[in-house]
Design a protein around this ligand. Structure first.
Ligand code: PLP
Length: 395
């Protein structure tokens, strides 16, 4: 059996979405900037996708800018504001649990003389709106806080953050890459000035994303060159990718409640079974399901390494992620787990399971059996576990 439980790392393009993309690779290959009918046909398809994306977050089409993905959108939003508002201030507020696309961009700006406040989070991974308000000073130009966390699924208090940002006249950007398709977003109601998203996280193609930018907000341009995207983001548009993104977001919004209900049912069952069948395990992130993405579960298995669990599950045909996919390859413990107070040893033994459309109850039962077996086997080989067991005998 093959089981994919890594939907937060990426999803496969929906077959119906792919069908809609295909003509734009070949017969309808026109450049959206060309004035002849090839170009007009591409432009028509791009305009439709722009409307689909705008509708999904209650924006207007001229507030949508196509990019190459979440990383580019985050870079553009943060560096763009730093550039356009440098005369007003030099202070940026973010959280300690952001995706590297945000954290590393902020670190870069620090090297260029900006001050960055990395707000700490509570044990569930959420920032405290009061701490945010306290951190704002008269040089603050940007608040960038994610809508939902990619490792532990925490939903941030976006409405409150939006209201605070508005009250203080500070620009608010949110990385909503994990939230699109799982959380209803209304940029106007929520006070969001800029928002990043990425198609491959909601069953669209890789390499295409969007930055939403509120009309009237001045942001430095990201890519110099031609006049694409109202001269804000140069480069020939990726027509097939954009068509796929539009189709995928429309489907994601239309099926959001069904998908969330299915994911939550599988996830809740999985969590309940893991806690019942495996001793010395800790659920990371909110236990209150209303404060968490419906498809996310993250556990620390004491006394063993997440990397070893991942490899054993991989041999059994099960795909999961240790820490975050972006930091795997490095053995540093997850910055998110450390920020919520998970001890370093436990953070090393952590695995993210992220559910999605392809998963079934039968698959979850298979994963549970393999996981129980794997944890037992690894613990039997773990000197630390042996030592703790030995100690307990003499208490
Ligand atoms: C995946 C992800 C990104 C990066 O998006 P790409 O399109 O892969 O560059 C950024 N932020 C979050 C929260 C993510 O989960």
């Amino acid at each position: 059996m093959k089981v994919y439980l890594d939907h937060s790392a990426t999803t496969g393009t929906d077959p119906e979405v792919l069908q809609q993309m295909l003509p734009y690779f070949s017969e309808q290959f026109g450049n959206g900037s060309s004035q002849h009918f090839y170009g007009r046909e591409a432009l028509r398809a791009i305009d439709l996708a722009r409307e689909q994306v705008a509708r999904a977050i209650h924006a207007t089409p001229n507030e949508i800018y196509f990019t190459t993905g979440g990383t580019e959108s985050d870079n553009w939003a943060i560096k763009g504001i730093a550039q356009s508002l440098r005369h007003k201030g030099d202070h940026i507020i973010t959280s300690a649990v952001e995706h590297p696309a945000v954290l590393e961009t902020c670190r870069r700006l620090e090297k260029e003389g900006f001050r960055v406040t990395y707000l700490g989070v509570d044990g569930d991974g959420a920032i405290d709106p009061r701490a945010l308000e306290d951190a704002i000073d008269d040089r603050t130009i940007l608040i960038t806080i994610m809508t939902a966390n990619n490792e532990i699924g925490t939903l941030m208090p976006i409405r409150e953050i939006g209201a605070i940002a508005r009250a203080h006249g500070v620009v608010f950007h949110t990385d909503a890459v994990q939230a699109i398709g799982s959380v209803a977003i209304d940029v106007k109601q929520m006070g969001i000035d800029m928002l990043s998203m990425s198609a491959h996280k909601f069953y669209g193609p890789k390499g295409v994303g969007v930055l939403y930018k509120r009309n009237g907000l001045r942001v430095g341009r990201f890519m110099d060159g031609g006049e694409q995207e109202r001269s804000m983001r140069a480069g020939t548009l990726n027509t097939p990718g954009i068509v796929g993104m539009g189709a995928a977001i429309e489907r994601a919004i239309a099926h959001m409640d069904d998908n969330n209900a299915r994911n939550a049912a599988l996830r809740n069952y999985f969590v309940e079974q893991v806690l019942a069948r495996i001793p010395d395990v800790r659920l990371n992130g909110p236990a209150d399901w209303n404060r968490r993405l419906a498809n996310n579960a993250n556990f620390s298995f004491e006394y063993i390494e997440g990397e070893s669990i991942l490899m054993c599950l991989d041999l059994a045909g099960i795909a999961v992620s240790s820490g975050s996919a972006c930091s795997s390859g490095s053995l540093d413990p997850s910055h998110v787990l450390l920020a919520i107070g998970v001890p370093i040893e436990s953070a090393h033994g952590s695995i993210r399971f992220s559910f999605g459309k392809s998963n079934t109850k039968e698959q979850v039962d298979y994963v549970l059996d393999k996981l129980v077996e794997t944890v037992e086997r690894l613990r039997a080989m773990s000197p630390l576990f042996q030592y703790v067991q030995g100690e307990q005998k003499y208490v």
